[in-house]
Design a protein around this ligand. Structure first.
Ligand SMILES: [Zn+2]
Length: 311
């Protein structure tokens, strides 16, 4: 069968990039993401043990897969995991305009008692059925319309990818496949998201979806052949990987290439302007005895001390 791929833009490397694609004849869209130096930069701000670094790397990959789906370039996507009794009680990642950041709050003492490759339930807690151990909240903020949409799914299944698939299947009613992988050294992470949108539907407006649509079944089976090793192979360009997966298809179209970087919005001037908006009495209660208010950025592990006398 005649096949072709088209290409827009060229990433300098196969790392820190999100590649959008479609299978036009199958009403399928998708993303491939591979992260490298960006992860090193995020992790360098913290001293996370390997299982935490690995989980955050997967979560950042998932955040990039979801965030680069936003049509509105100024929009923000936030992925947040919260648990009652998990070793990880809070994990936050966000994406805006090609920038990713994230951090994890966890109990190091309890982590030390776990096997070196703990399960999702080990880290986020098992809960007491039918109550799950915790929840993932995925929030889409559209900058242009000011619209905010949040979906919440229980932390269940074996992996973050399973949880993301449940989010799309249950909460969004969009047949989706999500796979995530981190390499052995933890320095490269990769993932794929593939979705079926018959008739260009946008998901939330629909009233009925066939999760067993034969067209989707076919594509899902092809996409599922992706291997973890391929997702984290920095020598494997996205176009080559897409071709391997979907070469039987009439057309695979690369529609976007978004370069990703680590970024944070914290800065001393901004912190100062936020503090300055409180009235003097409120600032007094926030300050320590020496007249300093300290604001922390958890993403960067940085503190911004603001002296009341400087305001
Ligand atoms: Zn920061």
């Amino acid at each position: 069968m005649a096949s072709k791929t088209s290409r827009q833009g060229t990433a300098l490397d196969n790392l820190d990039v999100a590649v959008g694609f479609t299978l036009p004849r199958r009403s399928v869209r998708g993303r491939l993401v591979r992260l490298g130096p960006l992860l090193d930069e995020v992790l360098a701000a913290h001293a996370y043990p390997a299982p935490i670094a690995r989980t955050l790397s997967e979560a950042l990959t998932l955040t990039a897969l979801l965030g680069t789906m936003l049509k509105d370039a100024g929009g923000q996507l936030t992925l947040q995991a919260q648990t009652e009794r998990g070793i990880i009680d809070l994990m936050v990642c966000d994406y805006r305009g090609g920038e990713l950041r994230g951090y994890v709050r966890f109990d190091g003492d309890r982590l030390a008692d776990l096997p070196s490759l703990p399960s999702l339930q080990d880290l986020f807690g098992k809960g007491k059925p039918p109550q799950p151990g915790g929840f993932f909240a995925i929030t889409f903020d559209q900058a242009l319309s000011g619209e905010r949409y949040q979906g919440i799914v229980p932390i269940e299944g074996d992996s973050l990818a399973d949880a993301a698939q449940s989010f799309f299947g249950q909460s969004e009613q969009i047949p989706s496949l999500v796979r995530l992988a981190v390499n052995d050294t933890g320095h490269i992470a990769g993932g794929i998201l593939v979705q079926h949108l018959p008739e260009g539907e946008e998901g939330r407006d629909r009233i009925h979806t066939r999760l067993d649509h034969p067209e989707w079944e076919h594509v899902r089976i092809l996409a599922e052949t992706i291997r973890a090793a391929e997702m984290v192979d920095r020598d494997l360009p996205a176009e080559t990987l897409l071709w391997r997966l979907f070469h039987e298809e009439e057309e695979v179209r690369v529609v976007s290439t978004i370069e990703l970087r680590r970024g944070c919005r914290c800065d001393p001037e901004h912190v100062r302007s936020v503090i300055a908006r409180f009235d003097a009495a409120e600032r007094e209660t926030m300050a320590t005895d020496d007249g300093t208010i300290t604001v922390d950025c958890e993403f960067c592990s940085r503190s911004f001390p603001i002296r009341l006398s400087d305001l």
